[in-house]
Design a protein around this ligand. Sequence first.
Ligand code: DGY
Length: 324
Amino acid sequence: MKVFTTRVIPEEGLLLMQRAGITVTQWTDQRELTLEEMIVKCNENDALFFAGGRKIDRPFMEQCRHLKVISLLSVGYDNVDVKAATELGLQVTNTPGVLSNATADTAFLLMLSVARKAFYQHKRIIKGEWGFSSPTANLGIDIEGKTLGIWGLGNIGTVMAKRCRAAFDMKIIYCNRHRNEAAEKALDATFVSFDELLQQSDVISVHTSLTEETKEKFNKDAFSKMKPSAIFINAARGGIHNETDLLAALQQGQIWGAGLDVTNPEPMKADNPLLNMPTVAVLPHIGSATLETRNAMSRIAAQNVIAAFEGKPVPNPVNHIYSL
Ligand code: DGY
């Protein structure tokens, strides 16, 4: 059996597949494959081990129907037309669970960085601006005891809430499609409506997936309902916020700051004005980018491939394929 990987993948998954007798071909170029190249590779292999932002849509899948599995090296699968995959009988898998800590840590890092203008202060040193300092210049804000609003209290949101409660005794409110009673008990969290989340939070941290329902939910209207002292954090998917509206909200003082691990679009252009704002911190979608987490993701994605090749139920299905 043969697997094609769209990136050089972390070693654990690679070794696992090789030990299972699978031939792994990795895409080693530092550029995205073209659609045509992807189709050729998929037709030479039996599974696609996929990392990257490209859309996996119906026309693509229609040309790769013999694939046994498309194994995503991510928990998010908003780039995949899952309905089409199911209709075409293509198994899609992902890597849930293992990246909650690393991703929540990224959101936490952004929250503190924005509150203390850390990225901006770092740039000032590089520009030779450390010189004279005034007790009133470039002040940040305290986080201790403030209200954290989580949008999407699932695995990652729960870790972020835990971190914020333990470190800063933050009050936790959250908005989900369904109540999360276990988390309410563990975190003393309060379920609120979306508007209440916007109005009451000092920090809003987004941890939901990107769907038609969540697309650009943080827009002009949403930002206008937030506190002028609020910080907006998005470590989920850039498509959940409207970036033009976010910039305007910051420029007009409707909100205080923003921390983004994901942008809309990605990659963010180097001349984006958000990058020069004192109360903005941007990272290049590194939520899960630790050695341990990426190896765990790679291992899980490999286990999904191996199970599919062995004709066993895959451990982490995104869709359910029924054989007749
Ligand atoms: C995920 O796993 O979904 C991370 O955001 C990496 O894309």
